[in-house]
Design a protein around this ligand. Structure first.
Ligand code: HEM
Length: 370
């Protein structure tokens, strides 16, 4: 069974081979909390995360080893389960750096200039109940119970300091992040993640994903920026679309994942004079159309039950990591004429600065307070 180190130069959960399940959570700090509350929360989260990612309980006494007259430290549903490849990735939203009391945490002057709420995009239909947040935690694991146990316990640890604002369960990764992984499929039935940035492509990661030491601010070096978009997919409508039209919309063949310009799944698409439509998703999102911009995608499928018309409330919980939020903004603007737009709705959104990984024994975000 796989266990990933929580400590390291980058946070785990970015280039880590994408796991099968996601529990993503956004938090807001409680009113009247101060800098010490924020620091102690990050320390407590980091300590618990360093344990649960190794298949341990949140504390040494755990679910049943403590005083029988006290509530247990650990909620207990992961007893006997392995680490299941759990990664915990922690981020800071724009609102953490600005609050009604002024600079409550003493960090306003350390805010990354590019950490701003995303601009409105064509077709946005955002629900505030599924958007934004002071802090985020991405928990990914190969066992859904392990991912949920992580968010449940980290929320509990936050009691009095931060509270859950919204959360999202995801299943079935929609990207691959290593060349060893086969390309999974999204709920449109297409291979997703073919042209993703992979963990073994150090140059692409350096250029497109990790904040460099020469970028501002210094405390973010080795970190990244996370964009989350909850994208509803109108799958019943999609399922009535002819196969050839589905291929045209994406710009790739549904079966093989090959570009419509020919070749196999991993053949580079050719756009000029080819069968790839000018407004297909792949053409608009391709680096050739966007000054070479690339992002690391790490999304998951979701199904949140169904609506009153008997349609599945399904979609893609899109997650992308980039060195600068502008990479996502440029791509999302370019996708305004995407043929796929008719079949999707962006209903949730958030952006967070993902600080570098913590040194062993330290905590995530320590550099922000140094
Ligand atoms: C490629 C699906 C939203 C950026 C692809 C591919 C599929 C796909 C099937 C082709 C295979 C691949 O290379 O991964 C979807 C679906 C979406 C969605 C179903 C929404 C429900 C987005 C968004 C962005 C994005 C919001 C960024 C703003 C990309 C990029 C590529 C890609 C950069 C690779 C293009 C290339 O280099 O060839 N997507 N996508 N996608 N998508 Fe999306």
């Amino acid at each position: 069974q796989t266990a990933y180190d929580f400590f390291g130069s980058h946070q785990a959960g970015i280039t880590t081979p994408v796991q099968e399940h996601l529990h993503f959570a956004s938090f807001d700090m409680m009113p009247r909390t101060d800098r010490d509350d924020l620091i102690s929360l990050l320390q407590d989260w980091s300590y618990a995360a360093s344990r649960i990612t190794q298949g341990l309980e949140v504390s040494a006494t755990g679910a049943v080893g403590g005083d029988a007259e006290e509530p247990p430290d650990d909620t207990g549903e992961a007893q006997g389960l392995p680490a299941a490849g759990l990664t915990i990735t922690i981020g800071f939203g724009p609102s953490l750096f600005e609050n009604e009391d002024g600079d409550r945490y003493g960090i306003a002057d350390r805010r990354p200039a590019s950490l701003q709420r995303l601009p409105a995009f064509v077709g946005d239909d955002l629900d505030p109940a599924h958007s934004h947040g002071d802090l985020c935690i991405q928990a990914c694991a190969d066992d859904p119970q392990v991912a949920v146990h992580a968010i449940r316990n980290l929320s509990r640890i936050a009691f009095g300091r931060a509270r859950l604002r919204w959360s999202q369960l995801g299943f079935g990764k929609t990207s691959r992040t290593t060349s060893g992984q086969a390309t999974p499929r999204n709920l449109f039935g297409f291979k997703d993640g073919t042209a993703n940035i992979l963990a073994d492509d150090a140059k692409a990661l350096e250029q497109n994903v990790w904040v460099a030491a020469s970028d501002d601010p210094g405390w973010m070096a080795g970190g990244s920026y996370l964009v989350a978009r909850k994208i509803a997919m109108l799958i019943e409508t999609w399922d009535r679309v002819r196969l050839s039209e589905q291929d045209t919309i994406i710009g790739r063949e549904k079966g093989s994942g090959a570009p419509l310009s020919g070749g196999g799944e991993f053949t580079a698409p050719k756009f000029s004079g080819s069968a790839i439509d000018a407004n297909s998703h792949v053409r608009l999102a391709h680096p050739d159309q966007n000054d070479g911009i690339r992002i690391l995608r790490r999304g998951f499928n979701y199904v949140d039950g169904n609506n009153e018309l008997g349609r599945l409330a399904a979609g893609l919980f899109f997650l992308s990591y980039q060195r600068d939020p502008q990479q996502f903004i440029t791509l999302q603007k370019r996708l305004s004429t995407d043929l796929m737009s008719e079949y999707i709705r962006h209903i949730g959104s958030g952006i967070w600065a993902i600080p570098p990984g913590a040194k062993s024994g330290s905590y995530v975000g320590a550099g922000l307070f140094a």
